[in-house]
Design a binder for this molecule. Sequence first.
Ligand SMILES: Nc1ncnc2c1ncn2[C@@H]1O[C@H](COP(=O)(O)OP(=O)(O)OP(=O)(O)O)[C@@H](O)[C@H]1O
Length: 833
Amino acid sequence: MSARVPTSTVFRGSPPPARLDWTAHRYRAPTGRSGVTFPDINGRIAVTQGGIPINDNIRAAIADEQRYLTVLYQRLDDFWAETKDSMARALRETDGTPQGLSERDVATAKYADRLAALGAAEYGLCFGRLDFDPASRSAAESLELYIGRMGVYSKDYESLLIDWRAPAARPFYLATAVAPDGVQRRRHIRSSRRRVTGIDDESLVLTGTSAADAVSARAGLTGESALLAALDANRTGRMNDIVETIQAEQDRIIRANLNGALVVQGGPGTGKTAVALHRAAYLLYTHRERLANSGVLVVGPNTTFLRYIGQVLPSLGETAVSLSTIGNLFPGVRAELIEAGPVAGLKGQLLMAGVVQTAVRNRQRVPAGYIEVPFERDSLRLLKDDALTARKRARSSRQPHNKARATFFAEMINFLAQQYAARMGANVVGGPNLLDESDLGEIRTELRGDSQILAALDELWPRLTPQQLLSDLYASDAALAAAAPKLSAAERTLLRRTGITAWSPADVPLLDEAAELLGVDDSAAKARAQRQRDDEVDYAQGVLDIIEGSRSADFEDDGEEEMLVASDLIGADLLAGRQDAEIQTTTVERAAADREWTYGHLIVDEAQELSPMAWRMLMRRNPTRSMTVVGDVAQTSDPAGTTSWAQALEPYLGDRWHLENLTVNYRTPAEIMDVANQVLAAIDPQLIAPQSVRETGSAPWKLRVEAGFLAESLVRQATAMAAGGKKGTLAILVGHEQISGLAAAVESLHPGFAPASTNADPDLEKPIVMLTTLQAKGLEFDNVIVVEPAAIVRESDRGINDLYVAITRPTQQLGVIHTEDLPTMLDGLVDYA
Ligand SMILES: Nc1ncnc2c1ncn2[C@@H]1O[C@H](COP(=O)(O)OP(=O)(O)OP(=O)(O)O)[C@@H](O)[C@H]1O
């Protein structure tokens, strides 16, 4: 059998303008790319247009743009030097007071951020230009605007480059021939380092009224040449920004209002992740004051995905965004335990909030009758009725468990003091009335210091951490039965676990729930901090006394003029403060360490995967409900995930959220989407697939092999696929249950061939990787081989969704290798030839 050599990407149709084939609802890109440029073998710029070498006009235009770009980079260098100077000055100039130190840290953090933004702008600083119709501009307005990664001004404060996020840059993304907004020409400028390598021009002046022109414009695809070049480029294992080619439907979402909840539903490859990240950058630019201190949180499905998207925001000059999975949102816990679907499914249900609440209440106990506790030479009794009263008072304080504990203890100590006093009074002449309130106070103090009394009270109302609460709950049938009476015995068995050393992502919202109900009793920590502070003040006073002493001695000795010394400027309090001045941390660091941090804006990617309990946790992090939720209900894998946005959000938002749809698939070629559509129909015939923006001419194939030859065939096909056609990255996607066996078989044949994702963080930059379908969520590769679809479908109740995710990952080619019969929904695959 010979390896099938895929044809290279063909953009079908006639040269620009772009065409939309409305019968097929599929965009066919033009054959030639206008003004596409490639450095030739000698490093000079060779320019072609539709395959024909370009003329001197274009060469001259490139030279013009180069001159402009050089000026921009000069200004960038000026800013860099100025910022570095300012930073050095800020570092030097501090009066040494805690306030001064803190101001210095704030200033240096600001300059560091600015340097990071300047560094990010180095690549592709300027990528666009708009030329306006003079009739549409006032005399004060420039007829041309350059668009880039950041705003750049001349020394005279004349605008040289507009930040892509500024309102003035919008026509670059929105203007069409039908609605040009005064724009006559949109130019995409490509550069490598500081050198202009090419330009793509689009005229927005309708010269004819051809239907194709009008349709193309209506479709809202802008900058088609640059867009298609970006889409067809090889992938690297890291996501890139799309700032140069944002499309109109995406732009609307990116720039939507900060307030309120926006839900973005879109099929595979519609740019949901890209849009979500650019929205974060846009919001930080537009609402910097409001968001700088509260921060923006981006939640993704797993750490592999976060690493995949990790460089997008820094490349846009934004570093003040927190990225996290649900599993890592609880400070101090890294939830890496993988557990069975039904277990995670159950833990994700909202009813678990009630289970955790009951589990906490069940730890607030009262004795069956009484508990006898030795005290002095006698004993005291913790009585059931007293405990009931104390518990009632503690609960009605509405404090969380660990804080209400103080009320319970105080009440019980009071009861015990009265008991003790009564007993003492009965033993002395004159009876209990001989003891007054101060005597009772002393008795209480004694009781509070008695370890046996405290231990007995602790049994009734223990101080608990969330981890302890859940471990104890999972470890005991009785505790589970008491906390979850509504669950069946089989369901409670799913929750049973002993000797817990690791947590799963589904445990994290439960830990968070427990933390809310338990609260942190920080009275001991506060008292410790105060004692430490008092010690430091004492120490500082000692230092000042020594300085004072030596100053007087100096003054007496040589009779010199009085010198100004430390104690003239600062007191002991201030000196102590200076000693323990904390290192200023960034918003991202402070937020990560603080479970109760509330973010100014929340972005949730692959949001369909979130369980009701995960949503509950996230809503606590975002009380203002300023959020962007992006996902696809057809791609849900998590057993507790959602297939309906209304259902997922109703408990927190009611109907106060706005839905936007993304409809164009930028990733997956049309040939593959034709097959994927059948899978989508099997998930839900009502769902509509996004329209692919391009074809590759390469039909997705299937190959049946003998079970014993699966690994060998896989290596052969992967090698052929990786070597042919567009090359780039290749992923082998396998079901969770199969991956270990297959990885071992492949490894024994060809060590190091396809590193499998046996750890939680596979290296996506390797040319060939093996992943589970779950790990591939949100990722993309040039080429993909899906192994044994029947097994993927079988693996979970949402196996068809997983298959849909798997086959929509490629940007170029898809192959399917199987030993079992294929599910009929894959009938559209062609036999491998
Ligand atoms: N306007 C654009 N310009 C260039 N590339 C784009 C554009 N929009 C999307 N893309 C590219 O399309 C690919 C798919 O985007 P993205 O991963 O954001 O899609 P998605 O909707 O999140 O997909 P999925 O739901 O399948 O995970 C990425 O390579 C992205 O860079």
